[in-house]
Design a protein around this ligand. Structure first.
Ligand SMILES: [Zn+2]
Length: 369
């Protein structure tokens, strides 16, 4: 089963608290935060900010304590790179979603769960098809957010002397063996196609013996060829965990490529006035509802300002440039920008280790106009 479905998110989104609802997203990505104490430090920073913002609210204090206890008690980190936690005391709500993808650490207190980021994670992450072929067997797996959602196998009977092919076999027997290999490749491609038709996937990767690869590629349905993103190196008989890891590596590479492509588009767009880069310009574009896609470097956080009257976000205070009212300081204006973007139904892309975005000011936006 996938970690969270769109239905589950919708259900969470309809929850209304009589007491405040505390939502906490926590980045626990082992590539950035190696030790449990790194995670606790990440959590402490977020909780400190949340406590300062919600001074004196007993229900929020209890929510934050519950979140702190859950994280500090330890959780399975082997497949978790992000946590989404939702807590409310009235009516009672405690919901934890472990995500196999990193998220942007933040705490939001509202009358409803802040599900925007969860939604964008589910929308943006691809379903991955993995086809493993050896001489006799074809195995097909589909993963979604790191979880197995489909597994099918096909086995072809082979003659006992199959491996002697190419040494002494000639004539009819050899062509018979070739015909079997051809049939097997067809069956493998057919298996992938039937799984695609049944459950669908956005990306496709495969592992097969060298000699089978070109033939197999020719046999794939064009839909699958379009989704193909290179081979993985995993044994056709590998364990499910090894296959999952190999697929996750390809998925991470595809994701980094996608981010790099977006940052490239941002660079071009800034040149033609269809993009904004750096905090002040990006916040201005967000306030004008011009943002299509918001790009943020993972881990970027900085203090800034929000206008209590017209909600404008700004890097510099204290007078609002739009309505002239006095703005109040916020501990992390990037967090507010992400929340605002999600509320405006913008696409939000958190970019990991993208030096070009870092150089461009760690935040930027592709604009609608
Ligand atoms: Zn204002």
């Amino acid at each position: 089963m996938p970690v969270i479905t769109e239905d589950a998110i919708r259900e969470l989104a309809t929850f209304k608290g009589a007491a405040p609802v505390t939502s906490c997203y926590l980045d626990v990505d082992g590539r950035r935060l190696l030790r449990q104490q790194d995670i606790e430090h990440e959590l402490d920073t977020a909780l400190r900010g949340a406590r300062a913002r919600n001074d004196g609210s007993a229900p929020v204090r209890r929510d934050l304590e519950r979140i702190e206890r859950f994280v500090k008690d330890g959780f399975d980190r082997s497949r978790t790179r992000g946590l989404a936690m939702f807590s409310c005391s009235d009516p009672e709500l405690w919901h934890v979603v472990p995500l196999p993808v990193p998220v942007r650490t933040r705490v939001v207190v509202n009358s409803q769960p802040a599900v925007g980021e969860l939604k964008s994670v589910v929308e943006q992450y691809d379903r991955f098809g993995v086809l493993l072929v050896d001489k006799q067997r074809a195995r097909m797996f589909v993963f979604e957010l790191g979880e197995l959602v489909e597994h099918s196998e096909h086995v072809d009977e082979l003659p006992r002397d199959y491996d002697l092919r190419g040494h002494s076999e000639r004539g009819d027997r050899s062509s018979h063996v070739d015909a079997l290999a051809d049939q097997h490749a067809r069956n493998a491609a057919g298996l992938a196609w039937s799984v695609f038709q049944r459950v669908g996937f956005d990306r496709f990767t495969a592992a097969a013996p060298e000699e089978l690869v070109p033939h197999l590629r020719d046999l794939l349905h064009p839909y699958l060829r379009d989704r193909y993103c290179g081979r993985i190196s995993v044994s056709p008989t590998a364990s499910l965990d090894d296959i999952r890891h190999a697929a996750a590596d390809v998925e991470a590479r595809v994701e980094r490529d996608k981010e790099a492509e977006l940052v490239g588009r941002l660079r071009d767009a800034v040149g033609t006035g269809k993009g904004a880069s750096g905090l002040p310009d990006t916040l201005a574009a967000l306030s004008e509802h011009r943002v299509d896609t918001l790009l943020v470097s993972q881990g970027y956080a900085v203090d800034g300002w929000r206008c209590g009257s017209c909600k404008l976000l700004a890097a510099k205070g204290r007078a609002c440039s739009s309505c002239g009212a006095e703005m109040h300081a916020v501990s992390d204006v990037v967090e507010e920008a992400v929340e605002t973007a999600l509320m405006q139904s913008c696409r939000v892309e958190i970019c990991v280790d993208n030096a070009d975005l870092d150089v461009a000011g760690r935040i930027g936006a592709l604009l609608r106009y």
